[in-house]
Design a protein around this ligand. Sequence first.
Ligand SMILES: [Zn+2]
Length: 63
Amino acid sequence: MSEKLRVSRPERVVGVLSCPNANCITTENEPVESSFEVLSDGVRCGYCDTIVRDEIAALIDND
Ligand SMILES: [Zn+2]
């Protein structure tokens, strides 16, 4: 089972969100899972430090 389901507020979400930065390594054809640090008011990409505060739901990768 996924551990993140047991944590009400994970500090990091991996492989769930897609980075909005087109130049981010996670959006290229690299076998890299996205990783976002959870902030108090948004999330920050662990690779390019792009901070997203709005429309986080729109970044969820439904693949
Ligand atoms: Zn990124």
